[in-house]
Design a protein around this ligand. Structure first.
Ligand SMILES: CC(C)(COP(=O)(O)OP(=O)(O)OC[C@H]1O[C@@H](n2cnc3c(N)ncnc32)[C@H](O)[C@@H]1OP(=O)(O)O)[C@@H](O)C(=O)NCCC(=O)NCCS
Length: 163
């Protein structure tokens, strides 16, 4: 991909994003859990219901006006549970995941939530995910990672260029 400035836009999902989001859920499930295509499809159907029923907050990241990733999270008492964070493989390591996490942190503060917590799965993407979250002050707590100081996430990150 040629070198040019990357603009990442974070926004709420629109109805036209539904199929793309379902595709992202499928990408996340098959990448992280190494499960059969049948089970991925089953989980995608469940995800569609979850999206349509607004069970979780969902944000979408656009690059060049196309969705390339998303985050899904919900608020508990003073804590944000980050359920999913996903960036399409081709768009990784350019700051998209960081922008999504930054938006989750901002929304958390607006909802009086001062910690972000997530569950680690035991499968393939775990090491990369741990390295990503450690950048932002998350620490391991058993099979979870917790960030108790959101300021590191909220420091503005410079969006990089495609190499
Ligand atoms: C984890 C994930 C969301 C990161 O998204 P991303 O857009 O690539 O992240 P960023 O570009 O903002 O990375 C920020 C920093 O995190 C660290 N990092 C991210 N991915 C990494 C990897 N694979 N290996 C090592 N460090 C990594 C790096 O320090 C990176 O900064 P650098 O590129 O300047 O070195 C993305 O890899 C992904 O979708 N993975 C599959 C799903 C997943 O594991 N989700 C998390 C659990 S729900």
């Amino acid at each position: 991909m040629s070198e040019h400035e990357i603009r990442v836009n974070i926004r709420s999902p629109l109805s036209g994003d539904l199929m793309r989001l379902i595709g992202f859920y499928g990408g996340l499930f098959s990448e992280l859990f190494r499960i059969s295509p049948d089970l991925v499809q089953k989980l995608q159907r469940r995800a569609m219901n979850s999206i349509l029923s607004h069970e979780r907050e969902i944000i979408v990241a656009d690059v060049a006006k196309s969705p390339v990733g998303y985050a899904a999270y919900c608020f508990g008492q003073g804590v944000t549970y980050l359920d999913h964070l996903y960036v399409m493989p081709h768009f990784r390591r350019i700051g998209v995941g960081s922008k999504l996490l930054e938006e989750v942190a901002q929304d958390s503060l607006c909802n009086s939530s001062f910690r972000i917590c997530l569950q680690l799965n035991d499968d393939s993407g775990k090491d990369a995910a741990i390295r990503f979250y450690e950048q932002y002050g998350f620490v391991r707590d058993g099979n979870r990672m917790v960030c108790r100081d959101l300021s590191k996430i909220l420091e503005k990150r410079k969006i990089k260029r495609f190499k």
